[in-house]
Design a protein. Structure first.
Length: 481
């Protein structure tokens, strides 16, 4: 079925040009710089749970739900301004926006660690400022990977997203040690300065590929025949994307699949307490920091492994598989109260089958809406994380409070949502995308615009002797007779 967009607004993906000899090698430098930048912002999300105990001691008498609201606001401002950030990245370039993001993550944590006198101050410094900065850096790096790697999109965005999901594995124990030595506030200020400065350096490395660039020897049609991945030849602008039903299906699936993992991310310390394992030691180490470290490693591996697998298996089949397993793991949390080793093993497994959503959905966005406007298009989709964060952060903490601090109810809800996302991937999303993209070739054949450089000149008029009309010939013959 032809896609319903205006012919004059359709922009085809650039023609295949072999310019990789001059720019293609640089894409691996771009990928590495993007991964480093993502590692730097990972602590803002994944190390939050390490600061909560100190915050509760500082802000005595404040309900935990109000502490958890800091995380919710952070996720909201990481995600909701992202479409605007993506638009400006596509319009003005990645370097300027990355510089702004670097300054925001530096200032956010420094102010949070030096000036905050109440959770309300942290809503602004940690939530609004640092959250917005992290969102700018996140969408910059992921969209850059989408643009540079059309041939290995799942792997490239998987590696990039792994920097965010697994970067905390490198720093969780050092951050925890700094908190133990300096207190949560000074530790936050110190880490804020270090992370902001390094991100500022990365900003001067990152750039987008030329408009007409593709990898040498890569052919989109041949690539699709070898894999189960379908890719559109049309670059959808943000308003065209918003008219497509598949965008809203992806939006809902992102929320459903995201809730369980975000709940574990923002509330792990409280979940451990509710499961009566918070004071346990594993191999002589505190269970929560150790579990966060292992979970971060699994989170990173998930994004790389499942992103790469999806390049061959197909995005929809991969979603069906991992979301289904994730649903079973999430519901298993309700059965491990009082078992520290089960807690230590289960939560890393949850992250092993959760982190890939940030590879699969970003790659899918580039596949079905084109790479040119990937920054703003994925930015719009990524706002669904803000919705999920409200449910997983403040919402889950509030619901748990009604059940005496138990997270069993919230985890049952998260498991059901994840199972729904799994079924939607294979029974709704897959046929919807393939029917639409199969109809694009016919539609483009009708609406194909003339290349800009081609000028249609009128045919030269040459003087020729006028041929007599049939009526005149008939009159001559009659007169002759």
């Amino acid at each position: 079925m032809p896609i319903a967009v205006e012919p004059q607004e359709i922009e085809e993906s650039p023609a295949k040009l072999d310019v990789a000899s001059t720019t293609g090698g640089n894409r691996w430098v771009q990928l590495i710089a993007g991964v480093v930048a993502m590692i730097l912002i990972s602590n803002y999300q994944y190390a939050f749970t390490l600061f909560t105990k100190g915050m509760q001691q500082t802000f005595t008498g404040v309900p935990y739900a109000k502490i958890a609201l800091i995380f919710t606001i952070f996720i909201a401002f990481e995600t909701w301004p992202m479409p605007v950030s993506g638009y400006f990245i596509d319009k003005f370039g990645i370097r300027k926006l990355m510089t702004v993001g670097s300054l925001l993550i530096l200032v956010g944590w420094v102010l949070a660690g030096t000036l905050a006198k109440s959770p309300r101050d942290l809503y602004l410094y940690y939530g609004v400022l640092a959250g917005t900065g992290c969102g700018i850096i996140y969408i910059s790096c992921v969209a850059n990977a989408v643009k540079w790697f059309p041939d290995r999109r799942g792997l490239a965005v998987g590696l990039t997203a792994a920097g965010f999901g697994g970067g905390a594995a490198l720093t969780v124990i050092p951050v925890a040690s700094t908190i133990h030595s300096l207190g949560w506030a000074k530790a936050m200020a110190v880490w804020g300065v270090a992370q902001g400065l390094i991100a500022f350096v990365c900003a001067f490395i990152l750039r987008h590929p030329p408009h007409d660039w593709v990898p040498a020897g890569w052919d989109q049609a041949a690539h699709q025949k070898k894999t189960s991945v379908v890719q559109s030849k049309v670059n959808f602008t943000w308003h065209q994307t918003l008219r497509r039903p598949e965008f809203y299906l992806l939006y809902a699936m992102f929320i459903f699949a995201n809730t369980g993992g975000l709940m574990a991310t923002g509330n792990l310390s409280q979940i451990a307490k509710s499961l009566n394992v918070s004071n346990a030691l594993i191999w002589g180490l505190a269970i929560v920091p150790l579990t966060v470290t292992l979970s971060s490693i699994c989170n990173a591996l998930s994004r790389i492994a499942w992103g790469s697998i999806s390049d061959r298996l197909g995005r929809e089949f991969t979603m069906f598989l991992v979301f289904g397993i994730e649903a079973l793991l999430v519901v298993s949390v309700t059965r491990i109260s009082g078992h520290p080793m089960a807690f230590f093993v289960l939560f890393p497994l949850i992250f092993l089958f959760w982190g890939e959503i940030y590879s699969l959905f970003s790659a899918t966005t580039g596949d079905i809406f084109g790479p040119k406007y990937a920054s703003v298009n994925y930015g719009m989709l990524y706002t669904s994380k803000g919705v999920a964060a409200y449910a997983a952060g403040y919402g889950a903490a509030t619901l748990a409070a009604h059940f005496g601090g138990s997270f069993i109810g919230p985890f049952h809800v998260a498991a059901i949502l994840c199972a729904v996302a799994s079924l939607c991937a294979i029974f709704v999303l897959r046929p919807m995308l393939r029917n639409r993209i199969a109809g694009e070739s016919t539609f483009q054949a009708v609406t194909q615009p003339l290349p800009k450089e081609v000028k249609v000149e009128p045919e030269p008029v040459t003087e020729t002797k006028a041929e007599p009309k049939p009526e005149e010939e008939l009159k001559k013959k009659v007169a002759h007779v």
